[in-house]
Design a protein around this ligand. Structure first.
Ligand code: 1GP
Length: 261
């Protein structure tokens, strides 16, 4: 089964899913502790491990980190590249993403063109994703030369989200930035999910189950947490439980599988 089909099946059965983001940064964790975090996240019920970061990703270290993670978990490992150095042959799939509100063509299409040959060489499954940075955007926004969408203007996110949908992308990721003080407000998310017909992933600044639940209640299909896994692993269990609780209530309301496949 492809990773894409696995995700769509999960969405259909569970209504909403959780991703755990691991930054393969030697300053933050070595491959062994990254794998321990991934394994703990799998036990908590996360649906997939995403591996990537905005800065300092080195291919050898990334390869090593993914190999060790893969030896410890059975859920898919999906690359979340900030640049072409974020591609590894050992992952199960790659978010093939374009930073939609970047002002720099490198992050819109050039990095993707350079990376495409590597993705093909490694026979990686590419999952098309529109990546949209919402203010403040933190390091991802800065590094990606984004013009972050203001929180007071969800209609701009709707416009970009529809563009992603019409361009054939399969997911829309609303990114507040790793380590953001607060997540994207639910009212902003519900405006987007009421119009855009793509599964919406939300990340950045989600620190507890209440925030995670409110985001899923606002119509998001998935949340991503990174920092909380590095800092307070016990909170992860509650967050994943919250996502599942709310997701199960609205299971079956959207038949993504038949809409998208
Ligand atoms: C970053 O959205 C993710 O791309 C995760 O953010 O580290 O704040 O959980 P946090």
């Amino acid at each position: 089964m492809s990773v894409y089909s696995y995700l769509m099946d999960k969405l259909e059965k569970e209504g909403a899913i959780h991703f755990t983001l691991i930054d393969p940064d030697p300053e933050k964790s070595d491959p062994k502790s990254a794998a321990e975090m991934a394994s703990m996240a799998e036990e908590c019920g996360t649906s997939a491990i995403m591996v990537g970061g905005s800065m300092g990703v080195n291919e050898n270290y990334l390869d090593e980190t993914i190999k060790v993670i893969k030896s410890k978990v059975s859920i898919p490992v999906i690359l979340f590249p900030g640049n072409i150095s974020g591609i590894s042959r050992y992952a199960d799939a790659i978010w093939f993403m374009s930073l939609l509100n970047s002002t720099n063509t490198y992050y819109l299409i050039e990095a993707q063109a350079l990376g495409a040959l590597i993705v093909r060489r490694y026979s990686l499954e590419a999952i098309p994703l529109g990546y949209l940075v919402i203010e403040p955007g933190e390091a991802a926004g800065y590094v990606g030369h984004a013009r972050p969408i203001p929180i007071s203007h969800p209609e701009l996110a709707i416009a970009y989200g529809l563009a992603a949908q019409y361009l054939g992308m399969r997911f829309l990721y609303l990114e507040r930035g790793s380590g953001a003080q607060a997540p994207i407000p639910p009212r902003f998310i519900s405006k987007v999910t009421s119009v855009v017909e793509l599964p919406v992933i939300v990340g950045g600044g989600i620190k507890d189950a209440e925030a995670a639940k409110a985001i899923i209640e606002a119509g998001a299909s998935a949340i991503v947490t990174g920092t909380i896994v590095e800092e307070e692993s016990d909170k992860l269990k509650e967050i994943v439980k919250g996502v599942k609780e709310v997701g199960l209530k609205r299971r079956g309301k959207r038949n993504w599988a038949s809409e998208m496949r």
